[in-house]
Write a protein that binds this ligand. Structure first.
Ligand code: ASP
Length: 325
């Protein structure tokens, strides 16, 4: 996935770093592979037709948002109260223009609302009620909050809450004022599944998009890395990046922007910079990312057991993977 001559186009997609347990069912794995392939085929079709990178990234992410297998749009991971609160962001590498939304609850395709924030406002990130008001202003498709909630995610939430006992949701490693740990259980992020797409289009422009329901059992209006430009999503003229994993870690390490900086300041290749961020900067099991550089070279490292991912380019590459390298 790396060559010397620039490729005419390249598309990489991810459906999250937290995967099925191996053996969780062949039928499920097949369903994931089929949906990854369908999204990649659409990305490839648009790229070959000369569509702009931003259009391709948005279209691919919308497909995942409409598919309840993925933790974005319908099928989002649920908050501790059982609600879906959706985050998304998109960035145009050719202009550094970006848009993002956080904590939306009725927008069918948060990625499209994020793009409208970029196109129609002077802001980058809108959240909660304000983002919902903006959605009304621009007239995007809405759904009742129940549309986003699936039995599978409700089951995951029950398992998560069960594993926490009467946990408070506070970090057990941080002492409270009385010196006691906040909870006796280690906090574990349950099954990621965020989606993302990075594109190098035929004109040589880059774009990145990321969309998620966040982490199962999240509390207090928690916002992860996915709508944070520079953390879970970034694109400039060097590289486009979309991340998945424990968002707090990706925010702390400003993963997406740091990857770009390593390429620009240290002269690393996209693979070197991506590997460094995932395997050296972050901790094992924090997650993974996809990145494409200006020549169309793709990197897709992860330190979790697997990562739903797929990539295609103008040289004929077309691969769909879950666990295998
Ligand atoms: N990064 C996302 C978040 O922390 C979760 C994921 O990748 O699935 O909100």
């Amino acid at each position: 996935m790396s060559g010397s001559a620039a490729l005419s186009w390249a598309v990489a997609i991810h459906g999250g770093a937290g995967t099925l347990e191996r053996g969780e069912g062949q039928a499920m794995a097949d369903a994931y592979r089929a949906s990854l392939r369908a999204a990649l085929e659409e990305g490839k079709r648009l790229a070959e037709a000369g569509a702009p990178a931003m259009d391709i990234a948005e279209a691919v992410v919308r497909m995942f948002e409409d598919n309840e297998l993925y933790n974005a749009g319908r099928g989002a991971a649920l908050t501790d109260k059982g609600h879906a609160e959706l985050d998304a962001s998109i960035m145009d590498g050719s202009t550094l223009r970006a848009g993002a939304v956080a904590g939306v609850t009725t927008v069918k395709n948060p990625i499209s609302l994020a793009r409208l924030v970029m196109q129609k406002t002077r802001h980058v990130l809108l959240s909660g009620d304000g983002a919902e008001q903006f959605a009304t202003t621009v007239g995007v498709q809405r759904m009742p909050p129940e549309y986003f909630i699936t039995p599978r995610r409700q089951q995951m939430l029950r398992e998560y809450l069960g594993s926490q006992g009467s946990g408070t949701g506070l970090d057990p490693s941080v002492p409270l004022a009385d010196g006691q740990g906040a909870a006796s259980h280690a906090w574990s992020p349950m099954k990621f599944g965020t989606v993302g797409c990075v594109v190098r289009d035929k004109a040589g422009n880059l774009a990145a998009a990321t969309s998620t329901g966040g982490l199962t059992g999240k509390k207090w209006g928690r916002i992860g890395d996915s709508p944070i430009i520079g953390a879970g999503c970034y694109a400039n003229k060097t590289v486009a990046v979309s991340c998945t994993g424990t968002g707090e870690q990706f925010i702390r390490h400003t993963v997406a922007r740091s990857l770009a900086a390593r390429m620009e300041l240290k002269g690393e290749t996209v693979k070197q910079a991506a590997d460094y961020m995932i395997f050296t900067e972050l901790t094992k099991d924090d997650g993974g990312l996809i990145a494409v550089d200006a020549d169309g070279n793709i990197a897709m490292p992860y330190s979790s057991e697997g990562m739903y991912r797929a990539a295609a380019d103008s040289s004929g590459l077309f691969l769909v993977r879950i666990w295998e390298q």
